[in-house]
Write a protein that binds this ligand. Structure first.
Ligand code: ATP
Length: 269
């Protein structure tokens, strides 16, 4: 709905998509957004706004939930993702960290990471080196590398889920509700790592989050989603500074939980 952050062809283009579950439940209605290469984009919205469905549409995960993309186009690096399996989307360079962290609870931290790297069909040595790179990024995981993932704290499981996604060497990571249920300090640590990865390796991120304060603090660009469509967008700084965002989106609640959207955004949609 709004101009992209840069004039270059975006890394990810989501154009006017609609998502439907069970052939009846409309979750997303003509949603569009873009991610410029090397940027961090926040997708903000309340519970049920359609953020997760949008990410699953990108990742090819809708069929597993009897969902379908019924309209629109999703392109990565200029190429249409239509019809690709979830596995093929990862091979193209997009990894998703699902809401709820979804580690393999009975497998060790080591094995969870190795599984994330298999998509690249690496040699044993490459795989070991890739795991060590993740441990260098998340020293807490290294300390517990033999532990079953189910025994990690929520924050550590989030790190493991992100680490596993990074094992596929993605160019774009879709991070769904990373802050959910975590202490503010842990959320800060995870988002700071996102910024570090973005700065050092140029990895692009979509942060889909209800925690607007935290996501906008670490993003370059933001989109506000309501009722399955984008109702406002802008640079993260511009969004943070807008009076209506302050008042209605960030304001009144220090934790940054989204309460509701101003009426005029709804009218603009
Ligand atoms: P949350 O933060 O709670 O994940 P969200 O913004 O990510 O919210 P979605 O999870 O995409 O929103 O949900 C959008 C709508 O689609 C909601 O009305 C939800 O009930 C519905 N929905 C999501 N997943 C399914 C599913 N597997 N089957 C049927 N309806 C679904």
């Amino acid at each position: 709905m709004s101009p992209s952050p840069t004039a270059r062809t975006p890394l990810l283009q989501v154009q006017d998509i609609a998502v439907c579950y069970d052939g009846a439940i409309q979750a997303v209605h003509g949603l569009s957004f873009e991610v410029a290469a090397g940027t961090v984009v926040a997708l903000l919205g309340a519970n049920g706004a359609g953020k997760t469905s949008t990410l699953k549409a990108i990742s090819g995960l809708l069929p597993a939930e009897r969902g379908a993309l019924t309209r629109g186009r999703i392109a990565f690096d200029g190429a249409d993702l239509a019809g690709l399996s979830a596995h093929q989307v990862v091979e193209r360079g997009i990894s998703q960290v699902l809401e709820g962290r979804r580690c393999f609870a009975h497998l060790s931290v080591d094995d969870n990471l190795r599984l994330g790297g298999l998509v690249r069909r690496p040699s044993r040595q490459d795989l070991a080196q890739a795991v060590e790179r993740i441990y260098a990024r998340f020293p807490r995981l290294k300390l517990k590398h033999r532990l079953q993932a189910g025994y990690l704290s929520g924050g550590e499981q989030q790190m493991l889920a992100l680490g596993r996604a990074l094992m596929a060497r993605p160019r774009l990571v879709l991070l769904d509700e990373a802050s959910m249920g975590l202490a503010p300090q842990m959320v800060e640590e995870i988002f700071a790592t996102v910024r570090e990865l973005n700065g050092q390796e140029g990895t692009s991120f979509v942060l889909s989050d209800q925690n607007a304060v935290m996501a906008l603090a670490h993003a370059d660009w933001g989109y506000l989603v309501e009722g399955g469509r984008v109702v406002a967008s802008g640079s993260a700084q511009a969004l943070r500074e807008r009076d209506d965002v302050q008042e209605f989106y960030l304001g009144s609640t220090r934790e940054g939980r989204v309460r509701y959207l101003p009426e005029r955004w709804r009218r603009a949609a």
